[in-house]
Design a protein around this ligand. Structure first.
Ligand code: CP
Ligand code: NVA
Length: 308
């Protein structure tokens, strides 16, 4: 069986590390894995996971994806490896990439991830940084594509913090030509550099809108998406952020403003009563668990393509 697609040896640190064609190829491979139309197995390949922050979905979906591909995973716990004692990233990266065939890294600063990638002799995948969560965006747009078949008339509205998840939705949305609206309180807008990069890609500059009113953003939208108001590492800001985000909960009133067929997405984990109500979370238009499942298929496609 031929390798599904050759992204071999490329890093996946940002949504923009793939071309539009490569993202579509990922969707096709992921769907084929999902529908059991494609079986592809490596021999003796190892994925190293370095997670400086907690994870359920990303960690387990990478482990299961690698297992389905016939490979194995080494899950490195920074507190029990020398990473936690402060061994320089450039040394850790050079050692681990001689053992492993690919590294998936979840850490705080995006520049630390780039440092791993600089010194690793094998591909590095971003499993979330404070700046981006590109694996999440792949699964999210796969879920949207499953629902609407193409992206032509889709309006994706993200209500919440302009953080890593929003940033990756903006970049991947720009690549795919999806209209993206972000609604966040003043002072919580997405990273200006991310907006600038997206604007350079969008043919139509009105395709990306950043507003401070969730009702304006939700009007007629096909997808309503949210994420936690306080991300990992922001625990000390939680009380203040909860106040700042008052009025940004996805509730039934907000859903009624969107298109009546609009689907609800959340990257998880979720805080019901904060960014989303339990009623909306559990509603028939919620695709939150399909979205979580798609992390597995999208990452299986990514690993199959990236490992040489
Ligand atoms: N959505 C997501 O990345 O979940 P985890 O933090 O559980 O990996
Ligand atoms: N923005 C969240 C996403 C979790 C998957 C965080 O960084 O904690």
């Amino acid at each position: 069986m031929l390798k599904p697609y050759n992204l071999a040896s490329k890093n996946f640190l940002s949504s923009l590390d793939m071309t539009r064609a490569e993202v579509f190829q990922m969707f096709e491979i992921a769907s084929n894995f999902k529908n059991k139309k494609l079986t592809f197995r490596f021999k003796d390949k190892v994925l190293g996971l370095i997670f400086d922050k907690s994870s359920t979905r990303t960690r387990v979906s990478f482990q299961v994806a690698m297992s389905r591909l016939g490979g194995t995973t080494v899950d490195l716990n920074p507190t029990t490896s020398q990473i936690g004692r402060g061994e320089p990233i450039k040394d850790t990266a050079r050692v681990l990439s001689r053992y492993c065939d690919v590294l998936a890294i979840r850490t705080f600063s995006h520049s630390d991830l780039e440092e791993y990638a600089k010194w690793s002799v094998k591909p590095v995948i971003n499993a979330l940084t404070d700046l981006e969560h590109p694996c999440q965006a792949l699964a999210d747009f796969l879920t949207i594509k499953e629902e609407f078949h193409d992206f032509k008339d889709v309006v994706l509205t993200f209500i919440g913090d302009g953080n890593n998840v929003a940033n990756s939705l903006i970049l991947c949305g720009a690549l795919l030509g999806v209209k993206v609206r972000i609604a966040c309180p003043k002072g919580h807008e997405p990273n200006p550099l991310i907006i600038k990069k997206a604007m350079k890609i969008y043919q139509d500059k009105n395709s990306l809108q950043i507003v401070n009113d969730p009702y304006i953003a939700a009007k007629g939208a096909n997808v309503l998406y949210t994420d936690v108001w306080s991300s990992m590492g922001e625990e000390s800001k939680m009380e203040q952020k909860d106040k700042n985000f008052n009025g940004f909960t996805i509730d039934t009133n907000l859903v009624n403003t969107a298109d009546k067929e609009a689907i609800i997405l959340h990257c998880l984990p979720a805080y019901r009563t904060k960014e989303i109500t339990d009623t909306v979370f559990e509603s028939k238009n919620s695709r939150i668990f399909d979205q979580a499942e798609n992390r597995l298929h999208a990452q299986q496609a990514l690993l199959a393509s990236i490992i040489s």
